[in-house]
Structure formats: structure tokens, C-alpha cells
Ligand binder design. Structure first.
Ligand code: NAP
Length: 242
């Protein structure tokens, strides 16, 4: 057990989740990063977290598997005894026009990006209710706010996450738990590396793609410094959609 506060970040081995983990470690948190398959990336992230002075470990479980999630959360409690910040960040894309979208691609995206937030938040909320404190940040997307052609599955999942954010914010405020969402625009990670984004900068008022750290700073703000903010969706997109 430890005196430090604990953050659990799903999909924390790479990209935005990794940047959030490092940012919270810099702020003095111990960090558990969840991931599904990339052992090398997870080990590298844990090593970087430890270099920052955090107690950290990687928890390999599939966020779409309720039993696996419950076991993963129980392990965090056995090791650290509390969870102060949950970032529901794990996500995938399976883009394609709706006309040709298979049920498999629809369900994979809804399960990984939306149902996972239910599976993980469910046990974590019970823990935070006992603590009478906690912050949950859901990783949405501007696709969930505005919709994006070729991403009906992803837009639906992210819009669902935003609805869940607002409902939970209302349910949990009296228990000292805040729930917010971040809606990133185009961020340079493995998820976007194969997209044809040439020239997109011209359409972004701040004239650049986002870095994972741009999102991590927003997550840190909502987790640590936003004591009077709940139920909000913070767009971090360089002004792409105003
Ligand atoms: P990424 O680089 O592809 O990383 C995805 C992370 O999710 C990895 O850590 C991966 O683990 C994990 N993951 C995937 N499926 C999982 C599962 N079933 N169970 C557990 N972990 C799983 O993605 P990213 O760009 O950082 O995106 C992170 C979040 O931000 C996602 O929710 C995404 O929708 C959202 N977002 C991203 C952008 C963008 O432009 N990049 C924009 C808007 C929103 P492994 O390493 O083991 O594979």
C-alpha cells in the first residue's frame, strides 16, 4: 500500500494513454497502465514511469471482457488499495462507409470504445464511492460530437461515451466523483499514422496536428485541477471544429 494517489489508464501502453500515464506520474501519481497485446510497448512505458519515480505496472487484459476487467481492477486494489483517477482511453477504429460496414466491425468498435467504459467504470465507481472521491476521464473524439463520414461505428461509440459522461456526472457528483470527457481532434499516434492527412494542417486554426501530450495535459487538468468541473466535454483539436 502507498500514500500516493493511484491512476488507472486503459490503453496506456502507447499513444495518448501513454502520454496521460507519464503526465500523471510527473504529477506524483502511481500508475497502472492497461493494454491488450503490445508487451514491448507496455514494458517500455512502465520503465519510463518508474524513471519518473512512480510505482507502476502494466495490467494486460481485454477491456471488452467483463470478467478480465474485474480481475484487473481487483489486482489494482490488492496492490495499491485505492483508485483516484480512471482514464477510459483504450480504443480502436474500423473505418468504412456504413453501406459496407460489417456487423463485426460495428461490434468491435462499440465493444472496445463504449462497452469497455461500462465494464471498467462499474467496479471502479464502487471503489470511488467508498472513498467518496475520484475523477473519471473518458476519451471521446470530435467524431462523437460532430459525426464523421466513414466512422459511423466510432462516432456512435464516442457519442455514447459522452452521454455516459454526462449521466454519470449527475449521478456521482454527490459522492465526490467528477466525470468528464476529452474530445481530441487529429493526434499523431499509431491510430492515425495510416490516415491520409496531407494538407489537414491548413484546416486547423492552430496549423498543426496534435501531439499525445496535448491530450495528456487536458487529462491532467480535468483529473487534478478541475475541482468545480464535471459533466463536460473538453475539445482538444487545435480549433478544428468551432
Ligand atoms: P493507439 O496509439 O492505437 O493506442 C491504443 C491503445 O489501446 C493501446 O494501448 C492498445 O494496447 C489499447 N487497446 C486497444 N484495444 C484494447 C483492448 N481491447 N483492451 C485493452 N487495451 C486495448 O491509439 P491512440 O491514438 O492513443 O488513441 C487513444 C484513445 O484516444 C482512443 O480511445 C481513441 O479513440 C482516442 N482518440 C484518438 C485520436 C487520434 O487522433 N489519435 C483522436 C480522437 C480520439 P496495445 O498497445 O496492447 O495494442
Amino acid at each position: 500500500m502507498t500514500d500516493k494517489k493511484i491512476a488507472l489508464i486503459t490503453g496506456g501502453s502507447r499513444g495518448i494513454g501513454k502520454a496521460c500515464a507519464l503526465e500523471l506520474a510527473k504529477a506524483g501519481y502511481n500508475v497502472v497502465i492497461n493494454y491488450i497485446g503490445n508487451d514491448e510497448a507496455a514494458a517500455q512505458t512502465v520503465a519510463e514511469l518508474k524513471e519518473l519515480g512512480a510505482e507502476a505496472y502494466s495490467a494486460k487484459f481485454d477491456v471488452t471482457n467483463k470478467e478480465a476487467v474485474e480481475a484487473g481492477v481487483a489486482e489494482v486494489m490488492a496492490k495499491f488499495g485505492r483508485i483516484d483517477v480512471l482514464v477510459n482511453n483504450a480504443g480502436i477504429t474500423r473505418d468504412g462507409l456504413f453501406m459496407r460496414m460489417s456487423a463485426e466491425n460495428w461490434e468491435a468498435v462499440i465493444n472496445t470504445n463504449l462497452n469497455s467504459a461500462y465494464y471498467v467504470s462499474s467496479p471502479v465507481v464502487k471503489i470511488m464511492m467508498k472513498q467518496r472521491s475520484g475523477a473519471i476521464i473518458n476519451m471521446a473524439s470530435i467524431s462523437g460530437v460532430f459525426g464523421n463520414a466513414g466512422q459511423a461505428n466510432y462516432s456512435a461509440a464516442k457519442a455514447g461515451l459522452i452521454g455516459m459522461t454526462k449521466a454519470l456526472a449527475k449521478e456521482l457528483a454527490s459522492r465526490g466523483i467528477r466525470v468528464n470527457a476529452v474530445a481530441p481532434g487529429f493526434i499523431k499516434t499509431d491510430m492515425t499514422k495510416d490516415l491520409k492527412l496531407d494538407g489537414i494542417e491548413a484546416h486547423i486554426p492552430l496549423k498543426r496536428l496534435g501531439e499525445a501530450q496535448d491530450i495528456a495535459k487536458a487529462v491532467k487538468f480535468l483529473a487534478l485541477d478541475a475541482e468545480y468541473i464535471t459533466g463536460q466535454v473538453l475539445q482538444v483539436d487545435g480549433g478544428l471544429v468551432i
